[in-house]
Design a binder for this molecule. Structure first.
Ligand code: NAP
Length: 499
């Protein structure tokens, strides 16, 4: 088998369009692209040209001869995707380039946020001749979750920042750091200076677990823990009590695996990464030996992706264990890998995966002392409670049950999904059913907290196409002011001056 996609696949699909034989799937136009856990190379069709290797921004693709021992599972994972025959054209269909009607005033767009969705949108907009893009970031550093969300030991994934650095350097892009839209500049002020505003503000809150005791000291959300170890300035003062032998993580998505790994890996593996130096010092003094990652459904419904489980399993000095009875029934690639795991470890530090347990309450009087769970039975896609209880003793509880979007000032908001109502990226007022003029969304605030860094590329393309259609059709009002006053205006307001 010539080339193989490995763990750090970001799904931006750059590789797809360089492949001369269309052997990397799913492609963005295929229905399973949105749900795929990664992209896969067909070993039978690959001609070993290596074009995909140089296109990948995160070095996820390797010749099979260069796979490390812990990556060998990816041979079968890539090949397994093609076990069922797939119809495909000779080449993956490429989206036509943006066609922009010439208008007296060249396209000018403000983007709120500077994470992956924002940067991919900026990159696409800057293909329009003469276009100007202003990117407004609340923090003093750019790139959102690509910097503040990706685990520090996922070095290859973090390399995507280099691509964003190149976009940032493109002619026509201005980056405003430390500027909060809604506080230092308003939506109306942006619309006076730009044809449109794209909100790419992500999903910055976390879903709260609603059980008694969850507010006790010793309980926190995994997203806070991630922000803390990545040096997010809003979380620099957070403290986490790592003086207990066992930590419990509720939820079993990729964030849960990230925090479990960071809590168990030898801290010296993290030294020299982008981890916050303060967090590294705390981890060096940690007493945590075991992290129990608890899912409420069965193993085949694990929310983590197969590549991340493969990566976790090859973490040096950490055993990943699972009780045999939890993985006895069911089928699928994830389950096959889970069944390979031992029931007990030998390394001393371990991540223990548990299933079919729903949290009922957090135990403790002035600090977390344990979590009580109710045992479930599988019931189709969901579960049925059994009334049988189980307690896990712990002093640190991290809830990892997903991110959630926050309402955005001046925009409609859908409480149920935590997103801004939109059609293909055009913000829509649910009261009137009409598009809000010049206002767009992309990324997690548009579609919810799903997918990988590169998934935001096709999401951003869709939004930019809608925006350019509106520009061409004359539905975007020409700006009445230029942007020259923005640095002064936002700077004065940041220093508390009102003008
Ligand atoms: P997620 O994948 O949506 O997982 C959420 C987990 O919380 C699921 O196990 C879910 O169980 C559980 N859950 C939800 N409500 C619960 C409740 N009330 N009680 C108990 N459990 C509950 O969320 P995430 O881990 O935060 O990840 C967000 C996105 O970022 C995902 O697309 C993920 O792939 C991506 N991400 C990727 C990487 C990477 O590629 N390395 C790293 C981090 C994040 P059910 O399934 O039963 O609902």
């Amino acid at each position: 088998m010539p080339h193989v996609v490995t763990q750090s696949c970001c799904s931006d699909a750059a590789c797809v369009f360089t492949c001369p034989v269309n052997c990397i799937h799913p492609t963005p136009d295929e229905p399973d692209f949105a749900t795929a856990e990664m992209l896969y190379i067909d070993p039978e069709a690959c001609v070993d040209c290596g074009a995909c290797v140089s296109a990948c921004p995160v070095d996820a693709i390797k010749p099979h001869t260069k796979l490390a021992e812990g990556e060998l599972d990816f041979l079968a994972i890539n090949a397994g995707f093609y076990a069922a025959p797939r119809e495909r054209p000779l080449l993956a269909p490429v989206l036509p380039t943006l066609r922009v009607r010439e208008r007296p005033q060249a396209l000018r767009v403000a983007i709120v946020g500077s994470g992956p969705a924002a940067m991919y949108a900026a990159d696409e907009l800057l293909t329009v001749p003469g276009a100007e893009v202003g990117v407004f970031e609340r923090l003093p550093v750019p790139y959102g979750l690509a910097r503040m969300g990706v685990a520090p030991d996922h070095r290859r994934t973090r390399q995507v920042s280099r691509q964003f650095d190149a976009i940032r350097a493109e002619e026509g892009l201005s980056l405003y750091l430390d500027v909060e839209v809604g506080t230092h500049v308003t939506h109306e002020e942006l619309l006076a200076r730009y044809h449109a505003v794209i909100y790419a503000v992500g999903a910055s809150a976390d879903r709260r677990l609603d059980v008694p005791g969850v507010e006790l000291p010793g309980a926190a959300s995994a997203t806070e823990f991630v922000a803390w170890y990545n040096g997010h300035p809003d979380f620099a003062d957070r403290t986490f009590d790592l003086s207990h032998r066992r930590a419990v993580v509720i939820g079993n998505g990729n964030v849960a695996l990230d925090v479990a790994r960071i809590l168990t890996v030898d801290p010296e593996v993290l030294a020299g990464t982008d981890i916050s130096p303060a967090a590294l010092e705390v981890l060096r003094g940690s007493a945590v030996e075991e992290v129990v990652v608890v899912g409420r459904r069965g193993p085949e419904r694990s929310a983590f992706t197969l590549p991340e489980l493969v990566g976790l399993r090859s973490t040096p000095g950490v055993d990943v264990v699972v009780p045999a009875e939890d993985v006895r029934s069911g089928s699928g690639a994830k389950l096959d890998l889970l069944r390979d795991l031992p029931a007990e470890g030998a390394c001393g530090r371990r991540v223990r995966l548990r299933y079919l347990l729903s949290p009922v309450r957090v135990l403790g009087s002035d600090h977390v002392e344990g979590v009580e769970f109710e045992r479930n039975e599988p019931d189709g896609d969901g579960v049925r409670p059994t009334g049988r209880m189980e307690t896990l003793e712990t002093g640190l509880l991290l809830t990892s049950i997903g991110y959630r979007g926050r309402p955005v000032r001046d925009l409609p908001f859908d409480e149920a999904s935590g997103t801004v109502p939109n059609e293909g990226g055009r913000v829509v007022d649910p009261g009137t059913g009409r598009a809000v003029p010049g206002t767009f969304v992309t990324g997690w605030i548009k579609r919810g907290p799903t997918g990988f860094i590169g998934t935001n590329k096709s999401c951003a393309l869709e939004t930019v196409r809608a925006l350019v259609d509106d520009y061409n059709a004359g539905r975007l009002a020409d700006p009445v002011r230029d942007t020259a006053d923005l640095p002064g205006l936002t700077g004065r307001r940041r220093h508390g001056l009102t003008a």
